[in-house]
Design a protein around this ligand. Sequence first.
Ligand code: CA
Length: 235
Amino acid sequence: MTAPHILVVEDEEHIAQGLVFNLEQEGYQVTHAETGSAAMQIFDNERFDLVVLDLMLPDGHGIDLCKKMRETSPQLPILILTALGEEHSRVKGLQAGADDYLGKPFNLEEFLLRVSGMLRRSNWYQPDLSKNESYQFGRNSVDLKNLQAVTANGIIRLTELEGRMLETFFVHAGDTLTRAELLKSVWGMAEDTETRTLDNFVVRLRKYFEQDPSNPRHFLTVRGRGYRFERSQNE
Ligand code: CA
């Protein structure tokens, strides 16, 4: 197992040193960039598990960097660091796709907790079911690798997104998933995104897989929270 790789983008030397030192003490692999352009160059050539991003950089604003990173890495956890009196940047940063923020000056322990929490969640969001070629529930058999399902209604070709959503449900069978968790897992979006799309997807899955879509046994609505997938229900 390799240590999570973290990119620290921070131009203030003493802060950067402290962050790098403490992250390394925690066992992470850390790469440091002092400018936005240096960060983007490294970012395009290496794989990272998390980015710590200062917003005020000598050659531009961290928000633009955040947007660029999001274009290619929708699921990458990004933690932004904002200076005192920059509350508006915090909001802008979150809108640009950052997952969380810390205001400077921050407590080091809190910073490390934030990082480990974000890494944990991001692992959660990338379930690995690809080795299990087919998944059975009810009268259905789903092949996630080839995006094909055999159902009581015949053979169905699944879209990439449908596959990803099914995978998320299967991995967390029996657990209630909030809309935010599903959106993040399937679309890589923040929770304030339009949730109608998500509901429409669930309707579609019910049509494919439920004997009676209006009285679902597998893809259940959990009122006020989200959805829950149940593998075996008495039919
Ligand atoms: Ca700075």
